[in-house]
Design a protein. Structure first.
Ligand code: ATP
Ligand code: MG
Length: 182
């Protein structure tokens, strides 16, 4: 159980993990693990990923911990020559869910996974998004992941890290695999 004193002492951060290398979502999930260890409430809202089975979704569903993962994306549709309207609708739905978590102060740590991509593609109004993020409770940490974080969002964040690709097995023909990518 989190006591109010813990929340009052906390300096809620707006964190952004961006860049072309692998490890953005992994980094956010690592922070979820750390937060869960302190009995914090944690939610991950996935803007691009659909509900395909992943290790983290299995863990969240089976652990009994206050850890929720909502995957509201349509998959990486633009990589498949996909449908922008569907992507915009998914981004709006996922953001609607995020606004609920933020305004109702439902969790101590909120991860908006691949949100940078939705903002870079202008699926949502950036000014309003930043204003809502800044209106969150003082004790709430938010982590945003994804490539191409927009400069205005970077300016509004407290902590920004860029993961740079040096090598990735995809480039030698090794496909995404269980336990590492999903
Ligand atoms: P992860 O979820 O593994 O931490 P990520 O969040 O940093 O990766 P995304 O941009 O979300 O990376 O990419 C999603 C998928 O694409 C992941 O399966 C990841 O392994 C793969 N990927 C990430 N970076 C690269 C890269 N530089 N080249 C090829 N595939 C990549
Ligand atoms: Mg990712």
């Amino acid at each position: 159980m989190i006591n109010q004193e813990d929340r009052e002492k906390r300096h809620g951060l707006l964190i952004n993990i961006t860049g072309s290398g692998k490890g953005k979502t992994t980094s956010a999930l690592g922070t979820c693990l750390r937060a869960l260890g302190w009995n914090w409430k944690v939610a991950v809202i996935q803007f691009i990923k659909d509900g395909s089975e992943t290790g983290e979704r299995r863990f969240a569903a089976e652990s009994g911990l206050p850890f929720e993962i909502c995957s509201l994306g349509a998959g990486f549709t633009w990589r498949k020559g996909g449908n922008a309207n569907e992507d915009i609708q998914c981004a709006e739905n996922a953001w609607h869910k995020a606004v609920e978590y933020i305004t109702e102060g439902k969790v101590d740590l909120l991860v908006l996974d691949e949100f940078n991509i939705a903002l870079d593609k202008k699926y949502l109004p950036l000014d309003q998004v930043i204003a809502t993020l800044q209106s969150r409770p003082s004790w709430m940490h938010v982590i945003i992941t994804g490539r191409n974080a927009p400069p205005e969002l970077i300016a509004a964040c407290d902590l920004v890290s860029e993961i740079r690709e040096i090598k990735h097995p995809f480039n030698t023909g090794i496909a995404a695999q269980k336990g590492i990518e999903f």
